[in-house]
Design a protein. Sequence first.
Length: 113
Amino acid sequence: MASFVATGMTEYTIEFVGTGETITCEETETILSRCLEEGIAQEYSCRVGMCLACSAEILDGEVTQPAARGLTDAEAERFALTCMARPQSDLKLDRGVYPPSIDAEHTAVSADD
Ligand code: FES
């Protein structure tokens, strides 16, 4: 029978502004995986930090996301790729807000048409 042992890991609270959704997330878990466990309809696609579909704007708090390769350094200060980001503090996030480079990519594709 499975038992859960206190691991001493730090658990943070994540509030999604505008939706009333609040979850807890350990420092070792990705925000996206916790959203999926909690039934929160966070969008995602690649799950490897490239497509930006899982983006959320960071309104308050800190994340670590060294594998968020789809973000520029400047964007990584303001946006979390939830498939890669792990909390470093309690967070306030705005789900479904995308960094500017997602538009740049879209524009580049359209220009080729
Ligand atoms: S799902 Fe593609 S960057 Fe997160």
